[in-house]
Structures are given as structure tokens and as C-alpha cells.
Design a protein around this ligand. Sequence first.
Ligand SMILES: Cc1ncc(COP(=O)(O)O)c(C=O)c1O
Length: 350
Amino acid sequence: MSKFWSPLVNDLVPYVPGEQPKMANLVKLNTNENPFGPSPKVIEAIQAELNDNLRLYPDPEGEALRQTIADYHKVQPEQVFLGNGSDEVLAHIFYALFQHGEPILFPDVTYSFYPVYCGLYNIEGKPVPLTESFEINPEDYRQPNGGVIFPNPNAPTGRYLPLEQVEAVVQANPDRVVVVDEAYVDFGGESAITLVDKYPNLLVSQTLSKARSLAGLRVGLAIGHKDLIEALNRVKNSFNSYPLDRLALAGAKAAYEDEAWFRKCCDGVITERERVTEALEGLGFEVLPSKANFVFARHKEQSGEALAKGLREQGIIVRHFNKPRISDFLRITIGTSEQNDALIKGLQSL
Ligand SMILES: Cc1ncc(COP(=O)(O)O)c(C=O)c1O
């Protein structure tokens, strides 16, 4: 605390990202990065941008990339918003598209950045309890609110809500924006982007950090009705006109142009996820059904904290949340088969 801080900063409770340890040879399964690496075509595209043009500002509208993404998802470019990672996109959504005088609904167990954005903008967040089995019940979102947001698949549970049920939440809130955060949708889910032309109150956010292996490039997006996108552009252009640099714009475009690589990485993660799930169950874990690139699991006897600590002593890092309802769970990112073998062996020894 300092006398120079604004009262708002004094009260901020910032998000704590999963750690990025500096030690070598770690089995790093704590931040849901993709183990397979970006497409070689992405690297080539970025290298081609490493030239004298870097003295020039990038395209503030990211037009070429928006066109590529629009074609990919069969929408119009005016329906696509780009940001510096989906975290930035989400921040603008909270500011631009939620009604600040009323509570914003999101699951009680979910991405922990949502309450942080509420704190940043001084809006009320209202956690809606997941069911006993950690599922979203669409009926619970029929209550007065200033907007709704949930990840699908949810994080950190990995549980997926079928598209008809997503649609039920959207239909139940025709006067409010419903945001579906699809950071993990490519690992077995079905995107709600197919519904955006039907519902002007539906906004879908996605990221290139997970299925497209580009967490380090910081590219996220939102797709919805053009009026929603215009609101986001108003905020963006009141904050930072150039959220995506030249390298990010070029690399992201190339990522969408290499469908084969994308499919191969997703399939690889899915295959390994099923193998890890079976192995964990064999070791006495309850594993929630996951459609993400991680699993959420608790042991029938050992505490989550002790397991996370025991793994860390062996150089294996997973995520443990010391929070109500989930303190006995570990969130384990699906790694390469070698990393997953190390995880399983590590757990066997505990
Ligand atoms: C549910 C969810 N949404 C959004 C993000 C943010 O991703 P990024 O800012 O890398 O696009 C994450 C990252 O872990 C996430 O888990």
C-alpha cells in the first residue's frame, strides 16, 4: 500500500496466474499449455515478419486476420473482435457488455479471472453453484442479472455443457449478454459460434493459447452480433488501438491456415487425456469427465495439497486450488506421453 495508490487499486485483488518456474527439466502440467508446439508454418510466418516493417505500427483493425477467422467460422469480419489474449477480450467484455448495476452470473467453480474483472470495474459478481457433480444447470441462470459468463468446457472442472443447454441459457436471458468462454472447446466440444446469427445476445470468446499452441503469442477473439463487436471496439479504441503486434497478427493467421496441424494436436491431446484418465482411475482417483486439455481429479484418500506437494518434490508441477469445494482436486494439464508417464509414475510413488 502506498499513499500514491488510488482507492480502487488499494482494494484490487489481482488474478494469480499459474506459476512459470524458471527451473529446467520440469514436467510442467500446471497452466494448460499445449505440449505439441505451434505449427511450423506459424514460425515461418512470424520469421517472415521480422524485418524493417517492425518500425511501423501494425494494422489496428487486424483486418487480414479477422477475415481469415471469419471465413474459418463462416461469419462476417464485422462479427470478429481481436485482443491480446482472450483475457484482454474478456476484460473488455466485462466493461462494455455487462450491465454494471446488476449482478453478473458465473459458476461458483470457474475461471478465477471473472471475479477479478468484477473487482476491477467495481461490478457485483454472483457465483451460481454448480451441481453436486460439478455441472452447470441452465435453470439456475433464470434469475435477474446484468450478464452471464461461463467457460465451456468449464475450467477448472473440464466439464462440458451440450450445445442445446448453452442455447437454453441464451434463450432464458434475451435482454442480457451471455458470454460463452470457449478457451478449451476444440478438445471435444461443439462451438456455440454456430448460434451467433440466431441470438444477438450471444458472444463467444476463444483463444489461440490452447488448441493452437500459441499461449506465448497472446491472441484471443470474440465472435457475435456486429453490435456487440462494435461495443468492444469502442472500449479497445479507448484503451489501446494496437493490442496485436505484427508478429502476432501474422502467426495467428498462419495458425488458422494449418488445419492439419491443429487437428493433429487436438487429437493427440484427446488420446492422451483418455489414457491419463484411465491411469488415474486405476490409482484410486475420481476424474471428472473432461472435454478440455486437462483433467480435474481427486484421490479417494489422499489430500490434493499433499499430492501436489509430493509431485513437486519430484519436479512435476500441477495446479492445486486451495478453495472451497475443490481443495482436494488437482488440475492436471495433459502433456506429451512422456510427461504423462512421468506424472503417473510420480503418483504411483506417493
Ligand atoms: C477459461 C479460460 N478463459 C480464458 C483464458 C485466457 O486465455 P488467454 O488469455 O491465454 O487467451 C484461460 C486461460 O487459462 C482460461 O482457462
